[in-house]
Design a protein around this ligand. Structure first.
Ligand code: ZN
Length: 396
């Protein structure tokens, strides 16, 4: 009996761990749920300027006749709300409503047996990302950062650009996955954006963190791209430095010792399953940023005492797997370890994944829980948005 109970418990735990908030469903079901979110928005924020448009969408019968016609107006509604309500403690509630509305068109099953659904979804997501990249290319260029501050922008997934008084660096910049030929619509603003950065840090060799299209554009300008060694191979992490254009960094506390161009960094060796995943801790103008990549390896904590003060932590949103993102943030305690001052989530809506694990803003909010209880301020950014450290205000 005890054995049976144990098996039952294990099955329950397994099933619980694999429940997806975004099961594969027809686009019409997603539309119905999106409309419920829009209706809730009109009730919860009746004074907001977007309510008129929201009511038009709810009353529009043509959106009921075509199973995909709701996607673009729903996305535009959410983006309009976010544009008017940038990152700020005062805007938290309305931003949450908008980001959750935004999740619905993004979570359309583009592989479904529905007419032209992949083409419509890819075209929509290319529009969404292109809009963000155009804004970023302009904003990153014009933003001047005073001493003691950082300007931090989300590009896509775990791709971030960070600018200080004298430096501009990047992590894991890629063009949005899953777009087919539509990805080319991102080329021009992405190329413009990449011109702004001095170097790029790559956490691991996965297509949503490293793409040759972006990497070559940085390298051809004579700027370095820092990567972990190449495997996964059985003998990992033995060196496998086949492509000499990259700068390989692994298991070193300060590499290269002299840094690059006044930028100093340390590499904490982690893993995503078998694959090497570097947690780069980078210091620019006296401020330190740590990005976790997709690390799942708890041995990284052995290195935290070496880091000193971390000003900004960028961690994955899928924190249900222990030792990622928020778990890293919460676990930064102990003698000689200073807790990061500022936590920013990443990896939301990775478009190369099927909707079932295209981890959403809704799930990020769920996992963060009561944010007032977190040991540091936390920020959830849409693509193209930026936040100032340490103020926590939006970059306009
Ligand atoms: Zn990833």
């Amino acid at each position: 009996m005890k054995k049976l109970l144990l098996v039952f418990c294990l099955l329950f735990v397994f099933a619980e761990a694999h429940v997806s908030n975004w099961p594969l469903r027809p686009s019409t079901d997603l539309r119905d749920d999106a409309m419920k979110q829009i209706k809730a928005f009109t009730e919860n924020f009746p004074q907001d300027a977007a309510v008129t448009r929201a009511k038009e969408i709810l009353a529009d019968e043509t959106l009921q006749k075509d199973m995909h016609a709701w996607m673009r107006p729903t996305m535009d509604l959410a983006l309009d709300i976010l544009d008017r309500h940038p990152v700020s403690p005062d805007n938290e509630a309305i931003r949450k409503a908008a980001l959750i509305i935004l999740d619905y068109p993004i979570h359309v099953n583009n592989k479904a047996d529905e007419p032209d659904v992949n083409e419509k979804w890819q075209s929509l997501i290319a529009y969404y990302q292109q809009r963000a990249l155009k804004k970023l290319a302009e904003t990153v260029k014009k933003t001047e950062v005073p001493a003691g501050k950082l300007a931090i922008w989300k590009v896509y997934n775990m791709g971030y650009i960070i600018k200080s008084e004298h430096h501009c660096i990047a992590w894991d910049i890629v063009r949005t996955n899953g777009l087919g030929q539509h990805v080319n619509e991102l080329n021009e603003p992405m190329a413009e954006l990449l011109k702004q950065i001095e170097c790029m840090f790559v956490s691991h060799w996965h297509g949503d963190h490293l793409q040759m299209w972006c990497a070559w554009r940085i390298l051809k300008d004579g700027k370095p791209v820092f990567v972990p060694d190449i495997p996964p191979r059985k003998e990992a992490p033995s060196p496998n430095r086949e492509d000499k254009r990259f700068t390989y960094v692994w298991e070193s506390k300060e590499v290269p010792a002299e840094g690059y161009n006044g930028i100093t960094f340390k590499c904490i060796p982690g893993h995503q399953v078998q694959l090497l995943c570097s947690l780069f801790s980078v210091t620019i103008d006296g401020l330190t940023i740590l990005q976790t990549g997709d690390n799942q390896d708890k041995t990284v904590f052995d290195h935290f005492a070496e880091l000193g003060r971390v000003d900004v932590l960028i961690g994955t949103c899928w924190t249900s797997i222990p030792r990622n993102g928020l778990e890293v943030a919460k676990s930064c305690k102990g003698e000689g370890i200073e807790r990061p001052q500022f936590y920013i989530t990443g990896h939301e809506n990775e478009m190369g994944h099927p909707p079932t694990n295209r981890e959403s803003f809704k799930e990020t909010y769920m996992r963060l829980g009561d944010r007032s209880k977190l040991p540091m301020p936390s920020f959830i950014l849409n693509v193209g948005e930026g936040v100032w450290y340490p103020d926590g205000k939006a970059i306009q």
